[in-house]
Design a protein around this ligand. Structure first.
Ligand SMILES: C[S@@+](CC[C@H](N)C(=O)[O-])C[C@H]1O[C@@H](n2cnc3c(N)ncnc32)[C@H](O)[C@@H]1O
Length: 302
């Protein structure tokens, strides 16, 4: 996108990014107000000025992969709620604008880090963090989001464009720890189905929980033993134990569960994935009427 001719009107922007990309969605079936659908001309927010002049170049002449449009505060708060941000978290906002999402995360006690390629936005964000009294734990850097290490984040927020989300997706799946929450304002992540969606003030919000990588052949020790075959598409799994399909499979971060037939009858296997081992843990969701398997372990050849 960086190489695109940047002197575009907002209306042109709305058209050029459509091909091959996910659309912003809204529950009403109409387009939500977002960075692809700029606000109406009567809207006098500062974001509109930026947007009208040159969507892919800031008024200061900084080349942008995404134009600056701030997320409204009720939407910010909903994003942080979906990400369940609290003091245990390290939150990152990629393309942090005036820093509002990171600052609000800081108010919830989290450590937060925002990166923006526009130094004007970074200066605003730093001032906003100081004014909110959170600059001890909320910091910003002028940085290209594509060059930003993300592996330490426990929550990632994004208000970017679909193609930017898609470019980030392999890194999100490979670099972030299983269980990391990723919240996007308005735009999808291709065919990766969100774990939760919400609509707030016309904005569609999506949450993904980074899944552990569980595909492959596992050996079950205990509970009757056998070979467990797992197939995975993001957080969706299917599989079989001893050749018989598993039922009610769930994968959420590093937690997995399924029901499988054992010599003792149907059993619930609920565990935690750590690399090539799964050991018993609390279920994500109770499986009504099914006894939990006891004293078992799964291992996968590395
Ligand atoms: C739609 S705004 C979102 C701002 C903020 N996250 C929010 O939701 O209020 C996108 C931001 O991404 C920044 N940006 C664009 N390209 C970037 C890049 N390659 N690296 C870092 N930031 C970038 C823009 O300067 C802008 O502030």
């Amino acid at each position: 996108m960086r190489s695109r001719q940047v002197f575009l009107t907002a209306a042109t922007l709305a058209l050029i990014v459509v091909a091959g990309c996910s659309e912003p969605v809204s529950a009403q079936g109409t387009q939500a107000p977002d960075i692809r659908t700029p606000p109406a001309v009567e809207d006098t927010t500062p974001a509109l000025e930026t947007f009208d002049v040159s969507p892919f170049e800031s008024p200061e002449g900084v080349k942008l992969d995404v134009p600056y449009v701030p997320t409204p505060y009720p939407v910010v708060n909903a994003m942080l709620e979906m990400g369940q941000v609290d003091k245990a978290d390290y939150h990152m906002d990629l393309g942090s604008g005036d820093g509002r999402i990171a600052v609000e995360a800081g108010k919830r006690g989290a450590r937060a880090f925002g990166v923006d390629i526009n130094p004007v936005r970074v200066a605003e964000a730093e001032k906003n963090a100081r004014d909110a009294g959170v600059s001890d734990r909320v910091t910003f850097a002028r940085q290209d989001l594509f060059q930003t290490p993300i592996k330490d984040a426990t929550v990632l927020t994004m208000y970017l464009l679909p193609e930017v989300n898609l470019k980030l997706r392999p890194r999100i799946l490979d670099e972030l720890k299983p269980g990391t929450r990723v919240v996007s304002h308005a735009f999808t992540m291709g065919d990766w189905v969100p774990d939760e969606t919400r609509e707030v003030e016309g904005a569609q919000l999506m949450l993904w929980i980074v899944p552990a990588k569980v595909a492959g052949t596992w050996t079950l020790a205990g509970a009757g033993g056998g070979a467990l075959q797992l197939h995975q598409t993001y957080q969706q799994i299917t599989g079989s134990l001893g050749g018989k399909p598993i039922r009610e499979p769930l994968l959420q971060g590093d937690r997995i569960q399924f029901v499988a037939d054992t010599p003792q009858g149907p059993r619930l296997f609920a565990g935690r994935v750590a690399g090539n081992a799964v050991t018993p843990a609390e279920p994500i969701r109770p499986a009504a009427g099914v006894t939990a398997a006891s004293a078992w372990r799964l291992t996968r050849a590395g």
